[in-house]
Design a protein around this ligand. Sequence first.
Ligand code: HEC
Ligand code: HEC
Ligand code: HEC
Ligand code: HEC
Length: 374
Amino acid sequence: MLPKWFDKWNRENPTDIFGPAILVGALGGAVFVAILLVTWGQPFATNSMQTGPRGTGMSVPEFSAALAKPDPTIENYFTAEPFVPEGGEALAKDVYQNVQVLGELTEDNFNRLMNAMTQWVAPDQGCAYCHGDGDLETYGSDDLYTKVVSRRMIQMTQTINDGWAGHVNANKEVGVNCYTCHRGENVPSEIWFKIGPVNQAAAGWSAIQNRATMISQSTSLPSDALEKYLLDGEQIVVHDLESRVAGGPASDDNPLPSIQNTERTYSLMNYFSNSLGVNCVFCHNSRAFYAAAGEVTPQWSTAGLGILMVQELNNDYLVPLRDVYPAERLGPVFADAPKVACKTCHKAYQQPMQGLNVIADWPELASSEPPVYE
Ligand code: HEC
Ligand code: HEC
Ligand code: HEC
Ligand code: HEC
């Protein structure tokens, strides 16, 4: 096929073509990838949120692609505008038999809220989840535990929005309703129970440490941080500027925070970071992790209120419901009531539902005072 002189020249000048071929291939590949990157954009581009002065590590970098992806549960969020009363409407407490918390709502708004609670907490079971299969006449009965729990949940939600606005409306009005925790599920995700030593014979620190549990974020750090800090209210702070050498291990006569206390604090801090999908400098100054005037970020203060809020929700609302739940809802080790913490609302986002305002349409849940409609 090829001219004779070429075959002859070729035979007399043997050349290794693999080297040049690989070079051409590699160059071609690089050009191809470069063209793809230019036309499609950089898949690993990051965006960073700056929380302090430049050059001090005070930034929270994230992949732009992850930032652009919305929280998938927002799509199924149900809401409905309130019926603004014109005066003279019948109130729920006059129309129905057993309305203890929502009595001041007009009948229309009461039913609007019942419908929404169904969408937020029991979309598959419907009204029957809290009211059973009987007809509307039987809805005044408190036979089902789900209804009794819900009544307390309504009061808890009102307390969160009313009493803890400094947290849940820290930047702008966001607030909390049933969907913030439940997201269409009967039992919210990211609830927690007490966790005990590995076995009866084990006790003390070692028994609660070095275990890959959900609460230790699968690290070797202690698994009882949520219980000690967000239920029992123990001291989180471990830092001072004194030498640890003289202090020695903490004991009853020497109540200094020990290295083990520090590990438990780190366990909680890991949990905080994972709950919000941020790193430590979202709240702390990289040069001074202890709280000192002028060192902390506004987020640190919001988080501080969050700690107090969670303690109140657990101790005043959730723990006392223990005897209302059926046995299968209680904790696997200590049969304790299900409890909340940061991730129950935040679900790994900086702000729950990415800052969507969930109380604008629900003045009934925003305050324990009779609702004001506008
Ligand atoms: C997640 C639980 C829950 C779901 C689901 C639910 N309700 Fe309720 N319902 C309650 C609670 C709690 C009360 C009592 C409120 C109070 O005491 O202020 C109540 C009370 C009522 C009452 C007043 C009954 C009376 O005579 O005292 C009616 C009517 C009612 N609901 C209708 C409905 C309808 C209709 C649906 C479905 C669209 C529904 N509810 C779904 C929890 C629920
Ligand atoms: C701060 C988070 C949070 C909010 C807000 C919240 N709940 Fe809950 N809810 C919980 C936790 C935690 C439980 C206990 C989980 C369990 O039952 O195992 C729970 C349980 C329930 C249950 C019992 C479910 C079952 O099958 O055991 C019902 C019903 C319920 N909530 C209704 C509501 C309603 C209605 C609202 C809004 C008025 C609401 N919740 C708001 C955290 C929340
Ligand atoms: C969402 C905000 C937030 C995040 C994220 C966070 N922290 Fe904290 N941290 C706090 C708050 C608030 C306190 C103070 C608690 C108190 O005073 O009760 C604290 C306390 C501490 C303390 C004790 C300080 C002292 O004075 O003894 C240390 C150490 C600490 N955090 C380390 C970390 C580390 C390490 C990370 C990252 C893994 C982290 N934190 C992530 C909010 C946060
Ligand atoms: C009852 C639900 C709920 C719980 C529980 C909760 N938060 Fe929040 N948190 C919110 C809401 C809602 C916002 C949004 C406020 C805003 O941006 O205006 C928020 C905002 C924050 C912010 C400020 C974010 C920003 O962008 O400035 C921090 C920090 C924070 N939470 C930390 C925590 C920590 C730490 C815990 C656990 C100790 C916690 N939260 C528990 C509902 C909750």
